[in-house]
Design a protein around this ligand. Structure first.
Ligand code: GLN
Length: 486
């Protein structure tokens, strides 16, 4: 096995025993990026020199006897996460030349742990999208089939993980952006509980649902990364003072007594038959493994996408107002007055999807429409949240498909924003309710990976890790690799 193919757990073992060094591991990843990123286009920036320096420092710390599962482990961060001294574009022209002046809290924590930042991954501009096709730098490609999208918006991160350019990656999930690409690329992706990991230093999209999380090769690795990035942060008041468990140390191996809820609304006619088949097989597997499957109902789920696409553009219209060509990034010259300068900067700087969302959101928030759209959406959001919380009082987690189909072809639905929004049908519920949700590989359709989603109770990450881990160990879908990676 090549070094860059290792999981965190495996790499840490070898590093601890002195069988490999972080410099060797980092070089293997950098080589891999050079070898295939011309095809996958997962990366926007590679910081080779900085990475090697960090790897040397990590090796030094190991030599002095320091032990820590992430010490010397190379990773990639989605490019809407601020990284001090490293270009951070959010895949937008408006931030094309932006060098972040400070680290996001989660990056700071990983730095402290000694993880090695290899570079920054492609995404949909400002994380608006489900395919990475909205990136100002062009789409990333799915390593399983280069003609297909890797999912989005953390598509570069997921594509990099499955093609072994790194040991793990960071993404952000506002309405599925970690889970959708994890499902399309056949890796593990966790959207933590809202507030479990700090948003400080993320380029804000929808502040009321944004949350950063890991994309990894195994459930255990996700547990390791979450422990490192989670916790209270005084710079983000939505992070509560709540102990962070040692998730990976406590991973359970058995499912006896576990109740898994199956929301009937999630296996409706909008989901492709071949996906339903995979989910049914997973349910059977869970029963064999000793879990009890309970039918549940979430009748308001069907409003999730509609509510999400009112609330999200509303918050986006406000969050993107700061990009005016004066304080950050791209600035159009020759504006004869302030208004023309704003118009020019924002006209040139934002792509079509960001503009669409700014307009939709401004409309939904404007006097006369606020009550009918934004306020109404917030009320339905509360119902969705209460409904999900109530059901999760009766079962340990919910099981659903992550996506209604496999990764689609690049270009197939770029001209149909509504079809793109409907991609989020299974993922918006947990986002609106702020619940933790994980996507794990559950099989293949036409040689493309399919993910299943487990949604847990608030701060119940340990529960979904256990339930995901037992299934992963019993199935080992990870043994399959894209042809590109064999
Ligand atoms: N598909 C969702 C959207 O376009 C995903 C956003 C996200 O989670 N960043 O809004």
């Amino acid at each position: 096995m090549k070094l860059n193919q290792l999981t965190i757990k495996e790499a840490n073992k070898k590093l601890a025993k002195g069988e490999i060094t972080s410099v060797e591991l980092t070089k293997a990843c950098l080589r891999r990026i050079k070898e295939i990123d011309g095809k996958v286009k997962a990366m926007l920036t590679v910081c080779e020199e900085k990475a090697l320096k960090q790897a040397e420092a990590a090796d030094g710390r190991r030599k002095k006897g320091e032990k820590n599962e992430l010490l010397g482990i190379p990773y990639i961060a989605k490019d809407n996460i601020m990284t001090k001294g490293v270009r951070t574009t959010a895949a937008s022209r408006i931030l094309d030349n932006y060098i972040a002046p400070y680290d996001a809290t989660i990056i700071k924590k990983l730095k402290k742990a000694g993880a090695v930042l290899l570079g920054k991954a492609n995404l949909d501009e400002f994380a608006h999208g489900a395919s990475t096709e909205n990136s100002a730098y062009g789409p990333s490609h799915n390593p399983w089939d280069l003609d297909r999208v890797p999912g989005g918006s953390s598509g570069g991160s997921a594509a990099a993980v499955v093609s072994d350019m790194c040991v793990f990656a960071l993404g952000t999930d506002t309405g599925g952006s970690i889970r959708c690409p994890a499902s399309f690329c056949g890796v593990v992706g966790l959207k933590p509980t809202y507030g479990r990991s700090s948003r400080f230093g993320l380029i804000a999209m929808t502040s009321s649902t944004d949350v950063p999380g890991p994309i990894t090769k195994t459930v255990e690795d996700t547990a390791i990364v979450l422990k490192a990035i989670a916790g209270q942060d005084k710079n983000d008041t939505t992070t509560p003072l709540k102990t962070v468990p040692d998730y990976s140390a406590d991973l359970k191996k058995a499912l006896k007594g576990t109740k898994i809820g199956l929301p009937k609304e999630y296996l409706n006619k909008g989901t492709k038959e071949n996906i339903k088949k995979i989910i049914k097989e997973a349910i059977k597997k869970y029963q064999e493994l000793g879990a009890e499957i309970v039918d549940v109902s979430l009748p308001h789920t069907k409003y999730g996408v509609a509510v999400y696409y009112i609330i999200t553009p509303s918050e986006i219209s406000s969050n993107l107002a700061r990009f005016d060509g004066i304080r950050y990034g791209h600035s159009a010259v020759n504006g004869k007055d302030l208004i023309t300068a704003y118009k020019k900067t924002r006209g040139e700087g934002f792509g079509p999807e960001a503009k669409r969302r700014i307009m939709l959101g401004t409309y939904a928030l404007s006097a006369g429409y606020f009550d009918a759209y934004y306020l109404q959406a917030q009320k339905v959001r509360t119902i969705i949240k209460e409904e999900m919380d109530a059901v999760l009082n009766k079962v340990d987690c919910l099981l659903t498909p992550t996506s209604p189909h496999i990764a689609f072809k690049i270009g197939e639905q770029v001209d149909d924003p509504l079809a793109m929004y409907l991609e989020d049908i299974f993922v918006t519920g947990a986002s609106l309710a702020g619940l933790p949700a994980i996507s794990i590989p559950a099989g293949f359709v036409d040689n493309m990976p399919v993910g299943l989603q487990l949604i847990g109770p608030r701060f119940g990450e340990q529960t979904i890790f256990n339930i995901a881990n037992v299934y992963e160990n019993a199935t080992n879908w990870r043994a399959n690799k894209p042809n590109l990676c064999k």
